[in-house]
Structure formats: structure tokens, C-alpha cells
Design a protein around this ligand. Structure first.
Ligand code: ADP
Length: 302
């Protein structure tokens, strides 16, 4: 049984179609990433999975429960960290967590044990008596993650968990997510528009304008959709030799960029033209190139 199974999901806001018939499944214990720029339909998909927003069409099963029929059971099985916190800004972190725990009838010793366990992972105790509204962005996100994990969910869903954080906090939150993944059997489903974050995922879906444009492991997407590049600073007349040999290249100032399938092909080319090469490097394609090749657009910069 998959952790999440989505078939033919459609959602429109008025006449604006946000999600246009997507299918995907998330295996149990997987680390699954939904990657796309702003407006791709990521939050819409997450809000539907979390039972907060009604779909127009489609069949969704979460841990075998049918969305639309078994919503209470689905909420019990999910922990969700939304882009915008659902915690009360005027309460302290601990007050917020205790209030939320009450929703799950978690109290007394069981609650204390759970909080101690979560604190070992998330380290929120240094700021647990501070009002939520006075916390830094990274601390707020930690408190939100602790809140989402109170009831020991089987699936953790995070909507752009690092967006809006400074680089240090981003790194910290990212380490925390990786650690959660490694020590628990949780399925982690997250959305992001940061390319480097999907490199850690077992499975990546590229969502663009409400449609899935590609899906695979990060590494296979890279191999399939992006070439590595051999960058050469030439000497003598390398250009005319490349033209003669019908080898494609692009000129960037004083450097020639040759698309290559593999690093070995790069080495062969270097051998072949070594007398015409001042210096060279082989640059691996990254997920930005993958996104560009698939959608024709760049993911927006920070
Ligand atoms: P993402 O999370 O990938 O940025 P969203 O799911 O938030 O994308 O949005 C998908 C599309 O739906 C966008 O074009 C957005 O403008 C639109 N949209 C989202 N929420 C609403 C809403 N409440 N009303 C109208 N349009 C919306």
C-alpha cells in the first residue's frame, strides 16, 4: 500500500485552473519532493491532501483511507507544516504545543514524554517559554515542526519549509528534516522551489502550471534532462577544429562550452584537442538545468 495515492486530481478557483489532472503515488517511508515555481499548484495540492480544501475531481487515498470519506482518520495519520504558521502568536511555544496536544487527547505523562522526545530532536526548549510572535523565523519553523509531530504521524507534509528563512536557518531546518527522516520510519512529503533540496529526495515530481512535467529520482532527472558541460579556454584555433569535426559548442566570452553526455566523453574531447586547450573544467549539470530543459523557464531566484 502506498502512503499517498493521487489519481486525476483537478482543482480550480473560479475559472482559474490551479491543478490540472495530476497522478502520483508516494511510497511508504519515502522522501518525496514536489518541485515547482510559485503558482505551480503545490500549496493547492497540499491543502487538498490535508483535508483543508475540497478537490473538484480525483481520487485520493492516504494510508489506505479515502479522502472525502475518512477525513478524520487521514488527519490523524498526517502531520502538516504549512507555509504560514497555525500557532497562536501571543502564546509561548510550550503553551501552543500543550494546547495542540489537547486536540489529540495527549496529556499528563504521555505528553511530557512526547515533548521530551521532540525536544531531543528539535531542540525547542531554549525558547519554549517565549511567545511565538517573538521568535526568529527558524525558531518559528521548529515550533511548527514540533506541533506537526505531536501526535506521532505516519506522514509528515511540509509546504516549502525553508522558504523565507535566512541561509543559516534554512540549513538548520533542512538538517532537521533529514535527521527526522533518518531516525524515523515517517514518510516525508515536501514542496520546495529550491533545487538543491530535491537532491536528497528519493523521488521528485516537477510541477509546472498545474501539470506534472517529469518525475523520477533527482539523479535520473539530471541524467535524462540535462547535459554536463566541458568548459574550455582555448588556445590556437580550437573553434575551427570543432566546426570541422561537427562538434557543437557555445561561445561565452573567452570560453567555449561543449555539451557532453558523460564526464568520460569530456575526457575524450580533451584528449582529442589537447594541443588547442589552455585549460578546461567539466561542470556537472544541476537541477536548475533540468527544470529549464523541461519547462523552458528558470525557477525564480531567491
Ligand atoms: P504554489 O504553491 O505552487 O505557489 P498555489 O497552489 O498556491 O501554487 O497556486 C496555484 C495557482 O492557483 C496560482 O495561479 C494561484 O494564483 C492560484 N490560487 C491559489 N489560491 C487561490 C485562491 N484562493 N483563489 C484564487 N486563485 C488561487
Amino acid at each position: 500500500m502506498n502512503a499517498i495515492q493521487v489519481k486525476n486530481l483537478h482543482k480550480s478557483y473560479g475559472d482559474k485552473a490551479a491543478v490540472k489532472g495530476i497522478h502520483f503515488s508516494v511510497k511508504k517511508n519515502a522522501f518525496f519532493a514536489l518541485l515547482g515555481p510559485n503558482g505551480a499548484g503545490k500549496s493547492t495540492t497540499i491543502e487538498i491532501l490535508s483535508t483543508l480544501l475540497e478537490k473538484n475531481q480525483g481520487d485520493i487515498a492516504i494510508n489506505g483511507y479515502t479522502l472525502g470519506q475518512d477525513d478524520a482518520a487521514i488527519r490523524q495519520t498526517l502531520g502538516v507544516v504549512f507555509q504560514y504558521s497555525v500557532l497562536d502568536p501571543s502564546l509561548t511555544v510550550l503553551e501552543n504545543l500543550k494546547l495542540r496536544a489537547a486536540f489529540y487527547h495527549l496529556n499528563g505523562e504521555a505528553l511530557e514524554e512526547r515533548l521530551a522526545f521532540l525536544d531531543q530532536l528539535i531542540h525547542f526548549s531554549p525558547f519554549q517559554d517565549q511567545r511565538f510572535q517573538t521568535l526568529s523565523g527558524g525558531q518559528k519553523r521548529k515550533a511548527d515542526i514540533a506541533r506537526a509531530l505531536l501526535h506521532n504521524p505516519e506522514i509528515l507534509i511540509l509546504d516549502e519549509p525553508t522558504t523565507g528563512l535566512d541561509p543559516k536557518s534554512r540549513k538548520e531546518i533542512w538538517q532537521l528534516i533529514l535527521q527526522l527522516k533518518s531516525i524515523s520510519k515517517m514518510t516525508v512529503f515536501l514542496t520546495t522551489h529550491y533545487m538543491e533540496e530535491v537532491l536528497d529526495a528519493d523521488h521528485v515530481i516537477i510541477l509546472h502550471e498545474g501539470r506534472i512535467r517529469a518525475e523520477d529520482s533527482a539523479e535520473r532527472l539530471r541524467i535524462k534532462y540535462a547535459n554536463d558541460t566541458l568548459k574550455i579556454v582555448p588556445k590556437n584555433d580550437l573553434e575551427s577544429q570543432l566546426k570541422q569535426a561537427n562538434i557543437p559548442y557555445q561561445k561565452h566570452n573567452t570560453t567555449l562550452h561543449l555539451p557532453i553526455e558523460t564526464s568520460f566523453q569530456g575526457i575524450d574531447l580533451v584528449q582529442q584537442f589537447k594541443d588547442q586547450i589552455e585549460t578546461f573544467e567539466i561542470v556537472k549539470a544541476n537541477m536548475d538545468d533540468v527544470f529549464l530543459n523541461i519547462t523552458g523557464e528558470r525557477l525564480e531566484a531567491e
